[in-house]
Design a protein around this ligand. Structure first.
Ligand SMILES: *Cc1c(COP(=O)(O)O)cnc(C)c1O
Length: 381
């Protein structure tokens, strides 16, 4: 019954329906359904957009992460350090290589992996750091890259929520050794089904991944590695190429909506997201923290406003992961934030009046409940 959805993918696609129809028809006309011309065209366009040499389109964001880690040689007995507050796919990818996810806490201001916690979690088994640019905000890459170079570790960006985000002027995806993107329909750049991509400047990884996504084949009937079938679908690639040309405009609109929320909610009791210095946040999600979060969600629902929680369970709380993760230190922020965070509707087609309507409900809720959520916990290992 919600009248304001969290994201309105349908409305967004409708806006450019003619361009999408033409792109899909083009694939039908050519009939090159597997790794066709549209895949190559999108890969080139997306590599250029990210400022890297190679883009390899794959079946999903999870596959992009898994293949990247495997391609870098990560496997049994290795450890990969990541953050508790992320989508489960980040850790599943580590598990699928045979490595152990080492889960650390996030910084209370940026909600991204806390570099101090990374340094303290490194062992002789550590092979890589897997930061997530959560909610569209780049992680603290200078600090992460410094730790990685000191210890000889790979850095793989989980950029599934950060298409077009920038860190010190550089586009996310170009900051580490490689990056994984998801084009799940609700992402800032979304396909019309599952899709993902690996981007990298490393020629060896690009070649490996290109073969690995297609049965390990380097040329017809030549299979040197134990490959997979995880190719970016040609119709999805055609759609993505159209949508890529609108991404910057949509991200600008997301920033304007976030600024409007910020202004309207500035005086209330809720904790607002803060964009760090020198970063271009692309607000995949607009996440606030408040007291009595579940009551706020019910009130929003009564007003026909959808909301979400990203994420209600830290990685190590999932049944599939709890016995596979190593947790070197207490995860104080992860443990408290998951009960306080709520994602408000945000989508390029959201209207200014709708933001006003949503903000009014949040303000009323915040005024009616007691203590604000303000105490920040910076755990030092
Ligand atoms: C969406 C997402 C993924 C997984 O992408 P899929 O395409 O759904 O497999 C991985 N990591 C993060 C942070 C995500 O948000």
């Amino acid at each position: 019954m919600s009248t304001i959805p969290l994201v309105n993918v349908r409305a967004l696609n409708h806006e450019i329906r003619d361009e999408i129809d033409a792109a899909v028809s083009g694939v039908l006309d050519r009939g090159d359904f597997i790794l066709g011309g549209a895949v190559e065209a999108f890969e080139q366009a997306f590599a250029r957009y990210c400022g890297v040499r190679y883009c390899i389109g794959v079946g999903s964001g999870l596959d992009a992460l898994t293949l990247t880690l495997k391609g870098l040689g990560i496997g049994n007995g290795d450890e990969v350090i990541t953050v508790a507050n992320t989508f489960i796919a980040t850790a599943l990818a580590i598990c699928h290589t045979g490595a152990v996810p080492v889960v650390v806490d996030h910084d209370p201001n940026t909600y991204n992996i806390d570099p101090h916690q990374i340094a303290a979690a490194i062992t002789s088994r550590t092979k890589a750091i897997l930061p997530v640019h959560l909610y569209g905000q780049p992680a603290d890459m200078d600090a992460i890259l410094a730790i990685a170079s000191e210890h000889g570790l790979w850095v793989v960006e989980d950029a599934a929520q950060a298409h077009g985000a920038r860190y010190q002027g550089r586009v996310c995806g170009s900051l580490g050794d490689a990056a994984a993107f998801s084009f799940y329909p609700g992402k800032n750049l979304g396909a019309m089904g599952d899709a993902g991509a690996i981007v990298t400047d490393r020629e060896d990884l690009a070649q490996w991944a290109r073969a690995a996504r297609s049965y390990g084949s380097t040329e017809k009937n030549v299979h040197r590695l134990t490959g997979f079938n995880s190719r970016l679908d040609t119709i999805q690639a055609a759609v993505l190429r159209v949508k890529l040309s609108h991404l910057d405009r949509w991200n600008t609109r997301r920033r304007a909506l976030a600024a409007q929320y910020h202004e309207l909610l500035a005086e209330s009791n809720v904790v607002l997201p803060e964009a760090g210095d020198n970063v271009d946040h692309v607000y995949h999600l607009y996440v606030i923290r408040c007291a009595e979060r579940d009551a706020l969600r019910s009130t929003l629902e009564q007003h026909g406003i959808a909301s979400g929680v990203h994420y209600p369970t830290p990685l190590h709380g999932h049944a599939s992961l709890m016995h596979r993760c190593r947790i070197p230190h207490d995860l104080l922020n992860a443990a408290t934030f998951c009960d306080e965070i709520v994602s408000l509707p945000l989508c390029p087609c959201l209207k200014d009046e709708q933001v006003e309507e949503i903000a009014a409900v949040v303000i009323e809720h915040a005024a009616s409940c007691g203590a604000p959520v303000l105490e920040l916990q910076t755990a030092t290992p």
